[in-house]
Design a protein around this ligand. Structure first.
Ligand SMILES: Cc1ncc(COP(=O)(O)O)c(C=O)c1O
Length: 243
C-alpha cells in the first residue's frame, strides 16, 4: 500500500463474506490488519457502504485505515461510487476485487476504472477462463502499473530486467514473485475474449430462468438499479429445513 500517505501498519476493511483463504492472502505479507465489514441483505448481496473501524478507541474512524478492498461478490459490482467517495474523502487506496465480475457494469461503464487498481482472475473456473493460473490488474496510474509489473516479475522492471554491466546481469529492483502469466494462457484468453459478451448474455438468461422458476421458494439474488451483474454465481438462501 505504498502509494498512500498513511502508515502501512493500519487497517483495511474487506467483506466478511470473502472466503478465508482470499482474506488472509492479502494480509499475510504486510503489517496491515484486515477489518471485516458486513454486506447486504439476502437479496442485496453486493458490497455496500463499509463501516469505519474502531481503531482501538470507542469511536469509529477512518484514521487508521489504509485501503478499502471491496469485492464484487458473486459477480455483482460493489457500490464503487460510494467506495470512491469514502476513499477520496479519507485518503484511502481503493483496490477492487473484480475477480469474478469481468463484464459487470456500473451506470453503463464496465468494471476496470472505478478503483485505483481493479483485479480480475482468469483461472479456469471463471467465465473468461484460461487453462491454468492467470489474471490481470487494471489501473490508470502509470507508476502503479510499473510497480504491479515488477511485483509479478520477481522485482524486474519491464525493459530493464537485464543490466549489461559486468557481473550484474539479471537486475531485480525490488523483491517480487514469479507470477507472470505465461504465453499459452494469453493465447487461450485472446481466442476466448471475443466471446465474452455472448457468455455474459447466456449467464444472464440462465439467471432470469432460475429467478422465474425459484420465485417464492427461496431468497433470490437481485440486481441493483444502475448496476449490471456478471452472474458468476447465482446464490440463493433457503429457510432451514424442519424435520
Ligand atoms: C472474489 C475472488 N477473488 C479472488 C479470487 C482468486 O482468483 P484466483 O483463482 O485467480 O487466485 C477468487 C477465486 O475464485 C474469487 O472468487
Amino acid at each position: 500500500m505504498a502509494w498512500t500517505s498513511k502508515s502501512p501498519s493500519s487497517t483495511w476493511p474487506m467483506p466478511t463474506w470473502l472466503p478465508h483463504s482470499r482474506r488472509s492472502r492479502g494480509a499475510r505479507r504486510g503489517t496491515s490488519t484486515p477489518t471485516w465489514t458486513h454486506i447486504g441483505t439476502p437479496q442485496a448481496r453486493w458490497c455496500a457502504r463499509p463501516r469505519a473501524p474502531r481503531c482501538g478507541s470507542p469511536r469509529a474512524s477512518w484514521s487508521c485505515t489504509t485501503a478499502l478492498l471491496p469485492v464484487d461478490m458473486y459477480g455483482h459490482p460493489a457500490d464503487m461510487i460510494e467506495m470512491r467517495r469514502i476513499a477520496d474523502r479519507h485518503v484511502l487506496a481503493l483496490v477492487e476485487d473484480a475477480c469474478i465480475a469481468l463484464g459487470a457494469e456500473i451506470d453503463g461503464r464496465r468494471l476496470g476504472r472505478h478503483a485505483d487498481v481493479t483485479c480480475f482472475s482468469f483461472s479456469p473456473g471463471k467465465h473468461l477462463g484460461a487453462m491454468g493460473a492467470a489474471g490481470a490488474c487494471t489501473t490508470q496510474n502509470a507508476a502503479l502499473a510499473d510497480r504491479i509489473h515488477k511485483l509479478a516479475s520477481d522485482g524486474q522492471a519491464r525493459g530493464r530486467h537485464y543490466d549489461p554491466k559486468p557481473r550484474i546481469g539479471q537486475h531485480h529492483e525490488t523483491e517480487g514473485h514469479n507470477q507472470r502469466m505465461d504465453e499459452m494462457q494469453a493465447a487461450i484468453l485472446r481466442a476466448k475474449l471475443p466471446h465474452l459478451d455472448e457468455t455474459l448474455a447466456v449467464r444472464r438468461a440462465h439467471a432470469d430462468r432460475y429467478t422465474e422458476r425459484l420465485v417464492g421458494l427461496a431468497d433470490l439474488p437481485g440486481e441493483r438499479t444502475g448496476f449490471r451483474h456478471a452472474w458468476r454465481n447465482y446464490v440463493i438462501d433457503v429457510p432451514p429445513l424442519v424435520a
